[in-house]
Design a protein around this ligand. Structure first.
Ligand SMILES: [Zn+2]
Ligand SMILES: [Zn+2]
Ligand SMILES: [Zn+2]
Length: 143
């Protein structure tokens, strides 16, 4: 697919981020702001249709966009603590979906699923002893 500099700029911003971004955040990070938010949004919708990106509704009910590396059907995991996402190039739901079809009478043609949890790094820092003491938020003071 031939990309305009505008679309390349959006893809670069998505590629450089390990977290999903809102339309506003993408626009802010673009080196050349040749167009406004509505154009960025239209391009993002187009990427989603073409499978280059996906929209993720976060646990905070905010819609963000993430770049897709896989060209196949896949899912994204998102860390509830740091917001980092990971892509799993697999589904694993095929059997359950066939059962759902039998139960519902529907022919299921598509599904979306985002999995939320704690990433490996946040799990490690959540281990006892690694945690910040209560009330000790913010600045670290060197002694
Ligand atoms: Zn994706
Ligand atoms: Zn995390
Ligand atoms: Zn799937």
């Amino acid at each position: 697919m031939r990309q305009t500099p505008q679309r390349e700029g959006i893809l670069r911003v998505l590629k450089d981020s390990d977290r999903p971004l809102t339309v506003e955040e993408i626009w802010e990070r673009m080196a050349e702001k040749r167009s406004g938010l509505p154009t960025v949004y239209r391009n993002l919708e187009r990427f989603v249709r073409q499978g280059w990106a996906e929209s993720i509704l976060g646990v905070d009910q905010v819609m963000r966009f993430v770049r897709c590396d896989s060209r196949h059907h896949h899912h994204h995991l998102q860390c509830e603590r740091c917001g980092r996402t990971a892509e799993v190039d697999a589904c694993g739901l095929e059997d359950s979906l066939r059962q759902l079809e039998a139960l519902s009478g529907f022919k299921i043609t598509a599904h979306q699923l985002t999995l939320f949890g704690l990433c490996a790094r946040c799990r490690a820092s959540a281990e006892p002893g690694a945690e910040r003491r209560p009330g000790e938020a913010g600045h670290e003071i060197d002694r």
